[in-house]
Design a protein around this ligand. Structure first.
Ligand code: MLT
Length: 266
């Protein structure tokens, strides 16, 4: 099913009576980055994906976004579709949204899956990198920015060995709207640090990171896993930052095991 909720494009697959998993995509992608997970998990779970505002088919508006507004959007989807106690799964920017959502209203979620993300907010150097990215988009356009940024998200061997998938993903990013992309960069640049609240997380959590992830490397994710009480940590082989796309079989297997271990079938 496809829904339009407050201008957000939302996609559901599977039986609504099954346990819900909400997938939040990374920057600068869209909901399709979770296709390999949804294809498998829809059989036993209610899979919800959506395009974050400014990206994919969701509304663009004026690009004045904040991480807080991204979290309100997530809650509005849960309210609009009457989703109770879902497992929340976010990659990178999707992880920033998931971490803040759990910080705000942990009781609304039954589990957390964090892929290739970090709890720290941008440091000074990181802020300059975002500013340069915005400048590049203004001067050279979105395509040029994507040609620079997207290869950094993937392991070299993925780019060479899974060329068709990589080219498809790159072409999705090149179609993104420049106002939306810049808005997401500002939202990430100005986001809150969630490190100090990780120790208050009580819900079961799965922490996954690509062995060759250079944007949010394994040592960053290991620290998150060590701080969250009920967490399980895995390094995903043959993957950079985009684990669900680069090694979907491994990621799917870990997600299924995590759910089967922690949640009884209704
Ligand atoms: C992402 O994959 O969402 C981005 O790499 C996050 C970021 O740039 O901080």
């Amino acid at each position: 099913m496809e829904y339009s909720l407050n201008g957000l494009k939302v996609f559901t697959r599977g039986n609504k009576n099954n346990k819900a998993i909400i997938f939040v995509h990374g920057f600068p992608y869209d909901h399709t980055m979770w296709d390999c997970q949804v294809e498998v998990l829809r059989e036993n779970y209610y899979c919800v994906t959506y395009d974050i505002r400014g990206l994919g088919k969701s509304y663009i508006g004026d690009g004045q976004y904040t991480m807080e507004a991204f979290v309100w959007d997530l809650f509005s989807i849960m309210d609009g579709l009457h989703i109770e106690n879902p497992i929340l799964c976010g990659l990178s920017m999707g992880g920033y949204i998931a971490l803040r959502a759990v910080e705000k209203e942990q009781e609304r979620f039954s589990g957390l899956i964090l892929c290739d993300t970090r709890s720290e907010s941008d440091n000074n150097d990181g802020k300059i990198v975002r500013s340069n990215a915005i400048d590049k988009i203004n001067v050279e356009g979105v395509e040029s920015f994507m040609n620079d940024f997207v290869p950094k998200c993937f392991h070299d061997k993925t780019i060479k060995g899974q060329t068709e998938m990589y080219e498809n993903v790159l072409s999705v990013t090149k179609k993104q709207n420049s106002i939306g992309v810049k808005g997401a960069l500002i939202a990430m640049l100005s986001r809150r640090d969630t490190t100090s609240v990780l120790k208050t997380f009580k819900i079961p959590s799965l922490v996954l990171v690509g062995k060759k992830d250079t944007l949010t490397p394994p040592d960053v994710m290991k620290k998150i896993a060590k701080t969250i009480k009920k967490s399980k940590y895995y390094v995903v082989p043959k993957a950079g930052h985009m684990t669900p796309l680069e090694n979907p079989d491994f990621v799917n297997e870990k997600i299924i095991k995590f759910i089967e271990k922690n949640f009884k079938k209704d």
